[in-house]
Design a protein. Structure first.
Length: 255
């Protein structure tokens, strides 16, 4: 027997050992994978759906529309698809977050758009959110305890859509003005806003100051000045004109 033949015979048991090792590893992977699938299928199932952040929207409407039911697989379901289904439930819904809470809970967090003002239209009143979204249409005679936006000239309004105007600048100015009113905690003190003149929005402040905003620039600075002016003049009534970078107060008895 030659030396080469002896070496080949010595190598054969090593090949058999490698083959058995590969089969054993594959078997272990199959077992582990099967156990994982079994665990996912039987342990991580939906037993509870939690909904938070709702006021206008009903919980049952949210649960029904999300497309998830008790007994569904919590790990395999798509949270993004569930969230997307909910935006059509109500015009008041502005943001939805869906999360898994292992081992058995699906959490739905809803952010509703709150009405901050109302646009007076020819045949009704539109409640709008801070972002300029039309939330709901009310009758023309409906009582509304919000700041009224007059002479806005809505363009093709529909619930859930943006408060479009024929002029884009008018909408942008209104949104900035509402945000600055809210930031300065002035919104409840503004009864109405006249948006007819594109570069001179007018509003009543504290029921005694008729404010002419002028160009739609530096609105936050103008409102801060208005608050300081109101504190300085006491209970006087009159008109305030913002012209270029200056402000002019004209008392009522001089107007």
């Amino acid at each position: 027997m030659t030396d080469d033949t002896k070496r080949r015979r010595r190598r054969r048991p090593q090949k058999k050992r490698r083959s058995r090792g590969f089969i054993y590893a594959a078997f272990c992977l199959i077992v582990v994978g099967g156990l994982s699938i079994y665990s996912i299928s039987n342990f991580f199932i939906v037993r509870e759906i939690k909904v938070s952040g709702i006021n206008k929207v009903k919980r049952q409407d949210i649960v029904s529309a999300c497309g998830v039911e008790n007994g569904d697989n919590l790990v395999l379901l798509s949270t993004r698809a569930a969230a997307n289904r909910l935006y059509g439930v109500s015009t008041y819904i502005e943001k939805v977050t869906v999360r898994r809470r292992l081992p058995d809970t699906l959490e739905i967090i809803v952010v509703e758009g709150l009405p901050v003002a109302a646009i007076v239209d020819d045949d009704g009143i539109w409640l709008i959110s801070m972002k300029g979204k039309l939330l709901e249409k009310l009758g023309a005679d409906s009582p509304v305890s919000l700041t009224l936006i007059e002479n806005y000239d809505l363009d093709n309004p529909m619930e859930g859509g943006p408060a479009q105007s024929e002029n884009k600048t008018r909408r942008e100015t209104m949104i900035v003005l509402l945000k600055e009113f809210t930031k300065a905690d002035m919104l409840s003190d503004v009864a109405s806003v006249d948006a007819e003149k594109l570069y001179d929005f007018t509003f009543m402040y504290m029921g005694r100051l008729e404010v002419h905003l002028g160009m739609p620039e530096d609105i936050g600075r103008k409102l801060r000045f208005l608050v300081s002016l109101d504190q300085a003049i006491g209970q006087q009534a009159g008109k305030v004109f913002f012209e270029d970078e200056r402000a002019r107060f004209v008392p009522e008895n001089i107007v």
